[in-house]
Design a protein around this ligand. Structure first.
Ligand SMILES: NC(=O)c1ccc[n+]([C@@H]2O[C@H](COP(=O)([O-])OP(=O)(O)OC[C@H]3O[C@@H](n4cnc5c(N)ncnc54)[C@H](O)[C@@H]3O)[C@@H](O)[C@H]2O)c1
Length: 266
């Protein structure tokens, strides 16, 4: 996808690897100056250094979206470095439910629930609070929140994740309603299973039970394969582009048909 993002500044959370990095790299490849943020500060720096060059250079900051002080510090540094002119915010940072924690709601570990809600849901809310006022002041902004198909159609044994991502879906819509008058368009992406580097190393070392689970998962996807991170990034770029002037409050599923219906007969 070719866009003209020259002169635009974008901040991406969780940009050290995976989907966030693919989105950040896509923004950079289309001319934006990108602020790579991640709790993996070295990873964010390495990703920013490897991105398509920008005349002013990309930026990289440590950021833990579950830590209010970290958000305040990084938002200030990012806004100072850009003269308060962040055009695009991609709320991508997120975690999954560890295999050992996958239990029914009545047995689900509370610490695992709290960590998930703090990162995957409250992190999106707090980052929006930190950056949206500067967008309001300039009467321009594009915010893209990375949810999940599991925020639209839940799966068993992952109550923290399905609740957090469903929260992101409706938070995206309500934020779109609230910020529309100030020229800020807010949309979400619901990726299906995506073949990030983490996923590749997991599948490489997976036990036979995990491989079996994965085969069953793929059987539910009409396109019968996971997405590449760049396929998710393509949708995020489309929604983040200033050329998107009339889509707001929308959740774009990029899921190989996962949420279209049942991919197999009964
Ligand atoms: N990969 C998938 O199959 C899939 C499917 C649906 C949705 N998603 C969503 O896409 C987003 C990215 O997932 P991914 O697969 O690329 O994951 P990933 O684990 O490859 O990358 C996530 C990045 O976020 C960072 N991160 C984690 N917690 C953070 C925190 N508290 N503060 C700042 N950074 C933090 C990590 O350091 C990492 O660099 C997540 O929100 C995830 O829920 C992924």
């Amino acid at each position: 996808m070719k866009l003209d993002l020259s002169g635009r500044k974008a901040l991406v959370t969780g940009a050290a690897q995976g989907i966030g990095r693919a989105i950040a790299d896509g923004l950079a490849a289309n001319g934006a100056r990108v602020i790579y943020t991640d709790r993996d500060a070295a990873g964010a720096k390495a990703a920013a250094d490897a991105a398509t060059k920008h005349p002013q250079g990309h930026l990289a900051f440590a950021l833990d979206v579950a830590n209010r002080q970290s958000i305040a510090d990084t938002a200030k540094a990012a806004l100072d470095a850009t003269g308060g002119a962040i055009d695009i915010l991609i709320n991508n940072a997120g975690i999954g439910v560890k295999a050992a924690d996958r239990k029914p709601a009545d047995q689900f570990p509370i610490a695992s629930w709290d960590e998930m809600i703090a990162i995957d849901l409250t992190g999106v809310f707090l980052m929006t609070q930190a950056i949206a006022p500067a967008m309001r002041a300039r009467k321009f902004g594009r915010i893209v929140n990375i949810a999940s198909v599991l925020g639209l159609v839940p799966m068993r044994l992952q109550s923290s994740y399905v609740a957090a991502k469903a929260g992101v879906v409706n938070l995206t819509r309500s934020t779109a309603l609230e910020l529309a008058a100030d020229g800020i368009l807010v949309n979400g992406i619901a990726p299906g299973s995506t073949a990030t580097a983490g996923w590749r190393s997991w599948i490489h070392n997976a036990t036979s039970a995990e491989l079996d689970l994965h085969a069953r998962l793929l059987s539910h996807i009409p396109l019968a394969r996971p997405a590449e991170p760049e396929e998710i990034a393509r949708g995020a770029l489309f929604l983040a582009d200033p050329g998107n002037t009339y889509i707001t409050g929308h959740i774009l599923a990029i899921d190989g048909g996962w949420t279209a219906g049942f991919a197999r007969d009964f």
